[in-house]
Design a protein around this ligand. Structure first.
Ligand code: NOJ
Ligand code: CA
Length: 711
């Protein structure tokens, strides 16, 4: 931990230090520590709060207004005066218990404005800005006060007034799911409503022409912007409503039909931070730790019960239709419909689990996930009202000898990961949680993958609304008390809370690998992950589940495939950050000519916990190359992926220590590799490198490369 420096300056009305304007006392400008970014805050003629953001004299966010609408109360909008303004300088370093790097510098200048209405009610609102070298965060703070005790927010109106028709990578502002493909359009051409009625989504609701965050943009001048929120706690998730004609966005909170509004709160409270990342290079977006820095420090202490790890699982085989989650075989999971099959093809059997455990222990893989181990799966796709109470998180199916599998795994040094699919019935889950977590701990299980497939019960709630935000939070807090780490699927988006609750290890919250197995729209195109790296990944770790070697899996599904090369799959272990990384393919697909596939060695070797991370090169939605140094071993791993275009990357190894010669193994596309025509072709090359070496590598269409540099 570094030293924290804090200087506070208080400005009373009439004092200097603000930019000249006609009402000097209501204008404040604060710069980032390196002065590249500045935020100007002022009140309009009517006394409405507004702000602007500049990057090196270029206006990035033009005059943007702020206000709140409430049920049964006048809006909090104008008639404000500034009763006090304070600035402070902050500089500290903190260590990540696990992460992309060991130490994070948290350095910003802040501005806090205390506003009060000039009406009889004299309602108060504070606006808190933090200006970093890599962006800006601000939030609203509702202090305790006489004339405002409780609010039902019907709208938060935070504007982000853009200064150009930027190129945008966006997904629709779905209230239920983030599992949409990214679209690349000009801002003025965003049409989220055209993304409704997606046939592969069990729950989806897109009420407005809005986008979900993080949403990333590139200006004509080549500046990168990404909008998101940090520390989403006891509030509704924020989408951004698009005003194409005025190049303006305004916060649109996810609602609740039961609440008749967006978020209900008792004062005092703070909203989540609204954040804008600003970067001159695309890769700097990835290196930025803005979102984490805007969150509170660790509140749960050591998380040494969680070890970052790679894992295999009884999982992909259900998605490609080889087996089923339920023992009865009454559900065809790979088409997500009911339809009785003649015989049981249950994946989670004792013998099958042992097969995965054997493979894991022989190949340096630490974890095993078993889905479909517990009763309830025969009804999990039922209508909403029939899904309450179906899952049991303590009772294994008859053909899965839980104790025998646990003992076998322990004996082979493999750690079992629990699976709790809730079928979007959080109340059923909350009822059993305490007992289910005790059951895990008694059996030595330290992490759980949760799932929320389907429309939320009770009806009227959405995955991203305040009620569910509170549920996901409760899971984290209760799990932390029991020393359990959580990997949530169909989650609320990551907002940097892993800093405060480092038992929040990973989550889905995007179109994962599974879409390649069952989507009817061709799966994830080759540019999917080069886009995800600069959008979804900015919010936090992703359980993408890479590692498909049998790219076309024609034995199971002729109409589906993974749309990348094998080398691209390897590169994902470095490119897509997560402290847990699945090797998702079937054990038999990792066998070539009777032996473990030579390329699997990279998965065995690659790290999952990093000392430092460097984005070597990249362009949003085109390609990205990242180098990461493993903690403790100091081994380096490099991964690069490309979209549908072939590419050449020249790697400079200047990140290595001077004066040392390292042995490196390069796993790359073959000359004729192609994501569709020849996806499994690969080459392995052994080289020696020093910190002055360069290496030229060709990436095939949809291809990639991975390099391990071992001490
Ligand atoms: C969807 C999740 O994303 C997937 O990983 C899981 O296998 C299924 N739900 C079943 O829980
Ligand atoms: Ca999913």
């Amino acid at each position: 931990m570094g030293k924290r420096k804090l200087q506070v300056t208080t400005f009373f009305l009439g004092l200097l230090f603000f930019s000249a304007c006609k009402k000097a006392e209501t204008n404040f400008t604060v710069n980032s520590p390196n002065t590249n970014i500045s935020v100007a805050f002022s009140l309009s003629e009517k006394g409405q709060p507004m702000y602007m953001v500049k990057h090196k004299n270029e206006t990035v966010i033009d005059t943007s207004y702020m206000s709140f609408d409430f049920k049964d109360l006048p809006a909090l909008k104008d008639n404000f005066r500034i009763i006090n303004a304070t600035t402070a300088v902050f500089d500290e370093s903190w260590d990540m218990p696990w992460g992309e790097q060991l130490t994070v510098r948290n350095n910003y200048n802040e501005l806090v404005l205390n506003l009060e209405e000039e009406t009889e009610a004299k309602r108060k609102l504070n606006i808190h800005f933090k200006i970093y070298n890599d962006g800006v965060g601000f939030r609203y703070e509702f202090p305790e006060q006489e004339n405002l005790k409780e609010v039902l927010i019907t709208d938060e109106n935070t504007e982000f007034n853009l200064t150009g028709d930027h190129k945008v990578w966006w997904i629709p502002g779905d209230w239920d799911i983030y599992e949409h493909l990214y679209n690349e359009t000009k801002f003025s051409e965003i049409d989220a409503l055209s993304k409704r009625n997606h046939e592969n989504l069990a729950a989806t609701y897109i009420p407005e022409n809005a986008v979900n965050t993080p949403v990333t943009m590139k200006t004509d001048a080549g500046l990168y912007l990404s909008f998101h929120e940090a520390d989403l706690t006891n509030f509704a998730g924020m989408t951004l409503k698009i005003d194409p004609a005025n190049l303006n966005m305004v916060s649109e909170l996810v609602g609740s039909n039961r609440l008749g509004g967006k978020a209900k709160l008792t004062l005092p409270f703070n909203t989540p931070w609204r954040s804008i990342q600003i970067a001159e290079k695309a890769g700097d977006l990835i290196e930025s730790k803005l979102s984490l820095n805007l969150n509170e420090p660790n509140e749960i202490g050591e998380v040494d019960y969680f070890t970052p790890m790679k894992y295999v699982g009884i999982w992909w085989e259900m998605h490609i239709g080889k087996s089923t989650w339920d023992m009865e075989g009454s559900q065809d999971m790979n088409t997500w419909t009911e339809g009785k099959s003649a015989t049981s093809r249950h994946g989670a059997t004792t013998d099958n689990a042992k097969k995965y455990i054997d493979f894991a222990s022989q190949n340096g893989i630490k974890g095993l996930l078993v889905e479909g181990w517990n009763t309830g799966w025969d009804k999990w796709l039922a209508e909403a009202n029939a899904r309450e109470g179906i899952f049991d998180f303590m009772t294994p199916y008859a053909d899965y000898n839980f104790n025998e599998v646990m003992a076998y795994a322990k004996n082979k040094g493999v750690e079992v990961i629990m699976h709790h699919e809730t079928s979007a019935a959080p109340l059923t889950y909350e009822k059993q949680m305490d007992e289910a977590y005790n059951f895990m701990k008694v059996n030595g299980i330290n992490s759980v993958k949760t799932g929320y497939v389907g429309e939320i019960i009770p009806k009227g709630e959405y995955h991203h609304g305040q009620w569910m935000v509170n549920h996901y939070h409760k899971v984290l807090v209760d799990a932390a008390k029991k020393k359990i780490a959580v990997n949530a699927h169909e989650p609320i988006k990551a907002t940097g809370k892993r800093r405060t609750y480092p038992n929040a290890i990973a989550r889905e919250g995007l179109r994962g690998q599974e879409f390649n197995a069952w989507a009817t729209d061709g799966g994830n195109p080759p540019n999917h992950l080069p886009t995800v790296a600069f959008t979804r990944m900015l919010s936090g770790p992703i359980d993408f589940t890479p590692g498909v070697f049998n790219i076309k899996f024609d034995d199971y599904k002729k109409g589906n495939q993974v749309n990348t090369t094998l080398a691209h799959q390897l590169a994902l272990y470095v490119v897509i950050y997560s402290p847990i990384q699945m090797a998702c393919d079937l054990p038999e697909h990792y066998i070539l000519d009777g032996k473990v596939h030579p390329a699997f060695q990279f998965i065995t070797d690659v790290g999952v916990d990093w000392q430092q991370t460097k984005v070597l090169d990249g362009e949003v939605a085109d390609f990205v190359t990242i180098a990461r140094q493993e903690r403790e071993t100091d081994n380096w791993f490099v991964g690069g992926i490309t979209d549908e275009n072939a590419r050449n990357q020249n790697i400079t190894f200047d990140f290595l220590e001077a004066g040392k010669t390292y042995k490196a193994t390069v796993y790359k596309d073959a000359e004729d590799s192609h994501w569709n025509d020849n996806p499994q072709a690969y080459q392995i090359e052994k080289i020696e490198v020093t910190n002055s070496s360069t290496y030229n590598v060709n990436l095939s269409p949809g291809g990639g490369f991975a390099i391990s540099i071992m001490q």
